[in-house]
Design a binder for this molecule. Structure first.
Ligand SMILES: [Zn+2]
Length: 388
């Protein structure tokens, strides 16, 4: 993760949305260029593969300001819910919104992400929590992705929490996910992945296994929110070959060797810890030193991480998790691509890969994690298409 393969005085050549050559300016300059080739001068700047934000929840309508203010004043989760905040307010908003309204919110989030250098985004449903509203959320992601030049990977997160109307019969809700939501999302090709929040207060390991099994049976891939609040046994979940385990704030040391040997990526979301004002952050050093693949993502969502900014995540990863700037950039690019099983197309600048390129107005890559509260991304190319 420490070796970024920096090319000083580098250049790259793209054609029809793909990188065709990369090397020193002299080497690339020997290629014959098309008559209408456009040259972009990046002298004195850093050119990176676009960030891969492999964990976001962009389908919501309004910020959760009650939560924000009440939490600052020291209110508990229950007090926030009683005041009309919490996830229920997001559920109400999504259920009442039209697919067009939701798509508008998602598109705006994707555009904000791109302005900060992100070119590939994983987007989850998960605030509808009914068959109709989960499918509506996935349709909104699809419509938004058609209006954006970047790449979107869609995930069904019907198993975010048990919705209020199923509070006393969670097994019936699990059955709804397995027997209706997953078959519908797969049949309509609205999702590539199924995600489940395996945690105290959300879904038990047994319920999670049921949901992941249904996903695999319907040809969908899996990923899991796990170890955010409590340790969980990872072995039973690994049977479903999840692309990633996300959050990972509380990992059992005994699970580390197994995790290191599996292709499953540990995706850390430290902006959520920052926004919640927690003292504790995921132990990135322990995971990296054990040999696990570590990715970083924003966790963009209205409750715990309302940021579209991967550079902010780099900053928090370096300052609070003691990742080096090089490790953080690796985690936010090629390892994020691995977490979406897109490493053959995304996450690094190599011939044959998509021309997803972010240009930063800094002299040194370490500045990406150094400056914060400022956007140094000057220009981004999404499969070859420029966005200033
Ligand atoms: Zn999440």
């Amino acid at each position: 993760m420490l070796d970024l393969g920096v090319v000083s005085d580098g250049a790259l050549l793209t054609h029809r949305g793909a990188i065709v050559a990369l090397g020193s300016t002299d080497e690339v300059g020997r290629h014959t260029l098309a008559a209408d080739a456009e040259e972009i001068d990046c002298r004195g700047k850093v050119v990176l593969p676009g960030f891969v934000d492999s964990h976001t929840h962009p389908v919501f309508t309004t910020p959760r300001l009650i939560d924000f203010e009440k939490r600052i004043a020291g209110a508990s989760y229950e007090q926030i819910a009683a005041a009309g905040g919490g996830i229920r307010s997001s559920i109400r908003g999504v259920r009442e919104a039209s697919v067009g309204q939701l798509a508008g919110h998602v598109l705006r989030a994707l555009q904000e992400m791109a302005r900060q250098g992100t070119t590939t985004v994983e987007a989850k449903s998960g605030y509808g929590l009914s068959l109709e509203s989960e499918l509506k959320s996935l349709q909104a992601i699809k419509i938004a992705s058609q209006g954006w030049e970047g790449t979107v990977v869609s995930t069904l997160l019907g198993a975010h929490v048990v919705p209020p109307e199923y509070r006393d019969r969670p097994e019936a809700y699990v059955a709804l996910i397995c027997e209706q939501m997953i078959p519908a999302a797969a049949g309509q090709k609205l999702a590539s992945y199924v995600d489940v929040f395996c945690e105290r207060g959300a879904f038990t390991p047994e319920q999670s296994a049921k949901i992941l099994r249904a996903a695999v049976e319907h040809g969908l891939k899996t990923r899991v929110h796990v170890c955010q609040l409590t340790e969980a046994e990872l072995a039973p979940l690994l049977e479903f070959h999840p692309a990633s385990f996300d959050h990972m704030d509380y990992v059992s040391e005994a699970d580390l060797p197994m995790l290191a040997q599996s292709p499953t990526v540990a995706t850390l979301l430290p902006a959520a810890n920052y926004f919640l004002g927690l003292d504790r952050f995921p132990d990135a050093r322990q995971l990296i030193d054990a040999g696990a693949a570590v990715a970083l993502a924003t966790d963009y969502n209205p409750g715990t991480s309302p940021t579209p900014s991967m550079p902010l995540v780099l900053s928090v990863a370096c300052t609070h998790m003691k990742m080096s700037p090089a490790e953080a950039i690796t985690a936010a690019t090629i390892n994020g691509a691995c977490a979406l099983q897109l490493q053959h197309r995304k996450g690094s600048l190599e011939p044959g890969k998509d021309a997803d390129i972010a240009i930063f107005d800094v002299q040194d890559y370490r500045e990406l994690a150094y400056w914060f509260g400022v956007n140094r991304c000057e220009r981004v190319y999404l499969r070859g298409t420029a966005r200033a």
